[in-house]
Write a protein that binds this ligand. Structure first.
Ligand SMILES: [Zn+2]
Ligand SMILES: [Zn+2]
Length: 467
């Protein structure tokens, strides 16, 4: 008799989410994410899976972020033939996100191989290709929230809105072996209550074992009201000058939130003085997927969406899809708000805009999300006076504004509140967090809720039959 879960990724770190559930003779994988960060960490993505991919019956995917979904094409290349169950909006997002991830690998390898050819070295292969990503999508099965589905004779699944990104899920699994039944709840990544566009994370009350993320287990976010005021302040300062505003943005989530805020406060923030450019084909595509899934919006967003259906939500929003449209923006020296990827300025069209604007003292840059160490975005946040773009040194005279409150993750209070909805304090396992955040959260939960907390280590197994 076996009902157990083994923690294989996102243990003591935020990326690489992957947990293996064994129930009797069946195996289910929760997430199959990429490890992201330092080069030596990313090298782990190429290692063989610590299980036989062909022996996995099904994957349940919590959401589309690449640190949860990004190794699926590899899993399939390695022999996994079963279904990938996820919310249908997550499936739609994965179609563009996995393709983009593959495209970047292909480009990187082309560049590397040109160098290798000159040195007479052997060629290397992309970890996976755009074609592999396309093939992987065929195994996706899109579900809706709050409907139970029997995915194996002894396993029932239900997805609930996690409010983190579009189509993100809290996973409920009812597992049965030899007459014994246990219930496992996996939080996926939890959103913030009161965040725009999406619903708040669903409340679950029953479980024998809870696996919960802990990204911001040691932090409290700035309130949503303060965050809006910060953005309004930047706009009013910038309006008095004459330069452009650059917003490096993550193409799923952050971009749509910023557009939502612009639509909602269009009059109050006097946005009619600006021309707004969405300069990212991926963000344009992701925004289209958001609009196609308007049934997932919260009441506020529904109202805004209905009210603006006849007219355009943002009358001065320009979509720049082609490279030429993007390059044309180089000639615009004032009055433009340019939203472009990538979110950490490590690639994408934002680099071009930085080159043409960041040396001007009337330019403003709004940093809207977490900037990893070593990225160009982090250098700007840390106050670099000069940056390097394509080998050229460019001085930074622009004002850099960091808006920290747009995070898509629950903070310490959010995590604590979500867990406290469970009856009878089920066993809690923390994943998806750095050690410091996990220890802090664990202490708070033990002190305030008297809950028994396990901080998952790689390869650790928890037996649900003992819960
Ligand atoms: Zn996420
Ligand atoms: Zn994550």
């Amino acid at each position: 008799m076996t009902i157990e879960v083994e923690f294989l990724g996102a243990t003591g770190e935020v990326t690489g989410s992957c947990h293996l559930v064994t129930v009797g003779s069946h195996k289910i994988l929760l997430d199959c994410g990429l490890i992201q960060g330092r080069t030596e960490d990313e090298a782990r993505n190429r290692q063989a899976f610590p299980f036989d991919p062909a022996a996995i019956d099904a994957v349940v995917l919590s959401h589309a972020h690449i640190d949860h979904s990004g190794r699926l094409p590899l899993l399939i290349k390695a022999g996994f033939r079963g279904p990938v169950y996820t919310h249908r909006a997550c499936r739609d997002l994965c179609r563009i996100m996995l393709k983009d991830s593959a495209f970047l690998y292909e480009k990187e390898v082309q560049w590397e191989n040109r160098k290798r050819a000159r040195k007479g070295l052997d060629m290397v292969e992309a970890m996976y290709t755009v074609e592999d990503a396309k093939v992987a999508m065929k195994q996706f099965k899109g579900l809706v929230y709050q409907q139970k589905k029997r995915i194996l004779p002894n396993v029932t699944l239900r997805l609930n809105d996690a409010g983190h990104i579009l189509g993100s899920s809290i996973v409920e699994l009812w597992l049965e072996d030899e007459g014994q039944q246990r219930k496992l709840v996996f939080s996926g990544d939890l959103g913030r209550s009161g965040m725009p566009i999406l619903e708040d994370p669903a409340v679950i009350t029953d479980a024998d074992l809870v696996i919960m993320e802990s990204t911001y287990g040691d932090r409290l976010h700035r309130s949503w009201e303060e965050t809006q005021k910060e953005i309004a302040d930047v706009l009013s300062i910038a309006t008095n000058g004459s330069g452009n505003i650059l917003i490096p943005a993550f193409y799923v989530g952050r971009t749509q939130e910023i557009l939502y805020l612009f639509a909602k406060y269009y009059k109050q923030w006097q946005l009619d003085r600006w021309q707004i450019f969405l300069d990212s084909p991926l963000a344009i595509e992701a925004t289209r997927i958001f609009m196609n899934n308007s049934d997932l919006f919260d009441d506020d967003m529904q109202a805004l969406f209905q009210q603006n259906k006849q007219q355009s939500i943002l009358p001065n929003l320009h979509i720049s899809r082609t490279t030429n449209q993007s390059i044309a923006l180089n000639r615009v020296h004032s009055g433009a708000i340019i939203i472009a990827g990538s979110g950490m300025c490590s690639g994408g069209r934002i680099k071009q805009h930085l080159k043409h604007n960041v040396w001007r003292s009337d330019c403003h840059v709004i940093i809207s999300g977490f900037q990893a160490r070593g990225t160009l975005g982090r250098k700007l946040v840390d106050g670099a006076k000069r940056i390097k773009l394509w080998g050229e040194t460019v001085q930074v005279a622009a004002s850099i504004h960091t808006i920290g409150g747009l995070s898509a993750h629950a903070d310490q209070t959010g995590l604590k509140n979500w867990y406290s909805n469970f009856n009878n304090q089920p066993q809690l396992v923390l994943v998806h967090g750095e050690p410091q955040a996990q220890e802090r959260l664990s202490k708070v939960l033990q002190a305030e809720l008297k809950v028994n907390v396990i901080i998952a280590t790689r390869g650790q197994k928890v037996d649900l039959l003992k819960q």
